[in-house]
Ligand binder design. Sequence first.
Ligand code: G6P
Length: 367
Amino acid sequence: DAVDRGEYPHYMLKEIHEQPQAIADTLEGRIAGGRILTQILGVEAERLLAETQSVHIIACGTSYHAGLVARYWIEQLAGVPCTAEIASEYRYRNPVVREGTLFLTISQSGETADTLAALKLSRQRPYLCRMAVCNVPESSIVRESELVLMTRAGPEIGVASTKAFSTQLVALALFALELARARGLDPARYSDGVRQLELLPGQVAQVLALDPQIRRLAEAFVQKQHALFLGRGTHWPVAMEGALKLKEISYIHAEAYAAGELKHGPLALVDADMPVVAVMPNDALLDKLKSNLEEVSARGGQLYVFADEDVATGMDKGHVLTLPRAGEIAAPVISTVPLQLLAYHVAVLRGTDVDQPRNLAKSVTVE
Ligand code: G6P
């Protein structure tokens, strides 16, 4: 039974552990011979992708964070201008839309009131087409979109979204790579991206095996009032998602910052009582991130770093947890998983209602 907790004490933990399978399901039948099948997006996809000049991503909550990661991919791989915005702002700001813009909603439920309202508003603008990345096939958002890419996460019961997020990233990577291919992405970089997706279920399973270590790390957070999450590039939204998980279920105030922005404010908060969590991929911003973390360390901040195995050894400050080696597509997914586990264990240790945090709902169908 897909909605049975089975051996797990909470749905959230079960759903975190279902991610290798959910990711494999989301890729199933969508890649053949090292190529993504464009028609998985819809019959008109080939033409619409060729005509896409820019992308507007609209979503709420965790789905918005997936959109922020996708924004980097779409601009870096496809060279197509992209914005990502929360639906509750978009729908009231009178958005200006240029010709050739693809409107992309991301939603687990497909019923979030603000996202649905934004989608309806998009009909009054000259968008090229509407696309949905969604987990519920019969939902309103799917019905109202011309292109659809379903995540196949299965039912998600925990209010704090986990497997919906990682499968959204996978679906968005498929889209970004296809959009990029239509715009002449270097074939080697394309093939490498597809390969990263194919290897992802196994790599996420490897990260799940770090659970006992992450549980031990979680003990350091139990008595804290605040935590800061840092990342750069695609890992800034990963840090935002890590902070959101922690605040949702443990009720610890958590904030995410792009690490380069530290010195413009949050550095003033850093002291021995402030745990600072950083996600460290092996990318072009590595040295810059390292010097940001030096600044934290020099002020007595307690660092907890989740680092790609190729760069973990060079990190001599704080508590370092080593993640599998990952490229630009896989890394944000891989880095998210330990942050989910961290939030989960901190919440369990604090004795909160992990699956049903106070004041929150799984699906927000009223404004
Ligand atoms: C609520 C849920 C979140 C979710 C957000 C957007 O706040 O608690 O987990 O990310 O709604 O929901 P959607 O179904 O549109 O992804």
